[in-house]
Write a protein that binds this ligand. Structure first.
Ligand code: PRP
Ligand code: MN
Ligand code: MG
Length: 180
């Protein structure tokens, strides 16, 4: 385990099993369709890459970068598009792929954006859900695990851009972000 972690919440095997299960569910629900999966960079990059391998209907992928956290452990509340989609979503069955829903601000913003751009349908899939953090009333349509009110890192999730490459997810020791 990485020395900056207090403990591991989900090991690699547990994550991969859940991602496979979520891929199977999406394959059933989107049978006969060609959904457009939109990966929300950077946090969702690892989940996206494993998830698409577990979906057996035709899909397309696009990428969008959003930021509200910056170098902090708390959401700034102001959501910004850092990098937009390559192609229009008009008429598409959009699946927004996120690593975690915390305050819900990122997701509320993204869902509104996709509806405004006239997607045919918009669903949200998030590997993690942290309901204790919610500031706006929005829930992912699909989620893998509920997580406690702690700052978690790994498998795409960062603190100040670090720890994204850990193949597991754990709770960051509080002195790491207290001392910066
Ligand atoms: C994190 C996370 C989600 C969002 C969730 O992204 O990856 O996208 O915050 O938080 P919310 O529900 O409170 O909006 P971040 O802004 O840190 O960017 P990153 O994905 O590049 O790390
Ligand atoms: Mn993110
Ligand atoms: Mg982040």
């Amino acid at each position: 385990m990485h020395p900056d972690l207090e403990r591991i919440l989900f090991d690699e095997e547990t994550l991969q099993a859940k991602v496979a299960e979520m891929g199977a569910t999406l394959s059933r629900d989107y049978a006969g369709k060609t959904p457009l999966l939109i990966c929300i960079l950077k946090g969702a990059a690892l989940f996206m890459s494993d998830l698409v391998k577990r979906i057996d209907v035709p899909i397309e992928m696009d990428f969008m970068a959003i930021s509200s956290y910056g170098q902090s452990t708390k959401s700034s509340g102001a959501v910004r598009i850092l990098y937009d989609l390559e192609r229009p979503v008009e008429g598409r069955d959009v699946i927004i792929v996120e690593d975690i829903v915390d305050t819900g601000l990122t997701l509320a913003y993204l869902r509104d954006t996709m509806i405004r751009r006239q997607a045919a349908s918009v669903k949200i899939v998030s590997l993690f859900d942290k309901p204790s953090g919610r500031k706006v009333d929005i829930q992912p349509d699909y989620f893998g695990f509920t997580v406690p009110d702690a700052f978690i890192v790994g498998y795409g999730l960062d603190y100040a851009e670090r720890y994204r490459n850990l193949p597991y997810v754990g709770i960051l020791k509080s002195d790491i972000y207290a001392t910066g």
